[in-house]
Design a protein around this ligand. Sequence first.
Ligand code: FAD
Length: 417
Amino acid sequence: MKNGVVIVGAGHAGVQAAASLREEGYDGPVILVGDENELPYHKPPLSKTFIKDQQAKPQPLRGEAFYTGSAIDFRPGIRVERIDVGGRRLEISGGGVLPFDRLILATGARPRLLPLPGSELSGVVSLRSLGDARLIRELSAQSEEVVILGGGFIGLEIAATLTAAGRKVTVVEAVDRLLGRAVAPVIAGHVRQRLEATGVRILTGTTIERLEDENGRVSAAITSSGERLPAQMVVIGIGVVPNVELAEAAGIAIGNGIRVDQQMRTSVPEILAIGDAASYRHWFTGGDVRLESVQNATDQARLAARTIVGHTDNYSAVPWFWSDIGDMKLQMVGLIAGGDSHVVLGDVVENKFSIYHYAGSRLLGIESVNRPGDHMLGRKMLGAGFSPSPQIVATGPDGLKAALAAFQQAEPARAAG
Ligand code: FAD
């Protein structure tokens, strides 16, 4: 393959795909094109630590030497404008073309916008990139009061971080609970209670109708109940939309993301898609999903590289996710939608507990708050295909470890997979 593999998007998925191609022994050209003018960086710290510390530096995904040392041709600051599927080449910003033998689309997602009167004002921001985080950090230094629109993971992480940095923060969430359907109600209620205890004001069942300004800079948010919330910064955190336009314009199949099969191939087999931009039929639930997590981006990237070098294994990684909200380390493993019962281990009041979710007798997933051991064990159990009964869960971590070991001994072949 003389033109090699071109990867579009130098985020978590794109960088891992480049690295994995080399790890899998691919020795053709690997070209990594990204439209940001940065050394690729970790996104999770942006909302957790970076925005409160004026001195904090971005954390690179890999050091600069990695790209040259692995013969990865990293090209920052270049936007891919069009895919010429038949001609197997890309049109890039500045007018150039880039031929490819195989193409990996790792274009990620972008913040969902809100048609809100005043959303164009200075001081109204959202957080996806390092550039956004730098702006938030700068604006936050000039803001005493902050309104965050959206009570999802990123909105709540920012709320906790800025409150710890001394800002007066109000979170406005349209539905009647936090964190949407991503977590169980008991976790959502717990997070709310602890955030409120630190001084975050949370308004659920409320929206923002419009933003007011003073000399072009936002000065207040007016809620659906008519309350005026003074704010020198408004953060819009109402989720993301996948970057599918490039693929869509090329005629590639789309459905809440770029559709891929179990080997990450799109409807055009020499073009693969991975990470936040990709949607697929999930092996665990049987439903169509598009997951937004570092784990998903990284594992799909590894699999895409294996597909390119000729392996045919299917995507079967156990999904997991984490979020740090104030003094709560939330960790989730599995997918809990469709659960009909649960078992709790630990102590909610002590801020250390895990919820084991079941559909019938099948363990779907575990949500943990400050119980990392439960999370790690959960990853092992679900990875091994082991579904302990609620009675075994109730025996605690030692009982679970013993039951997993017995299961693996009885089914060594499965455990090894
Ligand atoms: P991205 O990392 O978004 O990378 C896509 C890249 O492609 C971007 O640089 C984009 O600019 C570029 N691009 C798009 N179109 C083009 C084009 N046409 N030409 C060139 N380049 C293009 N996940 C967790 O699991 N745990 C967490 O705690 C967590 N915290 C997060 C906190 C924040 C603030 C954010 C924003 C995300 C967080 N996530 C977290 C989610 C996680 O970062 C994403 O799931 C992950 O970044 C997805 O990787 P990706 O490579 O698919 O997309």
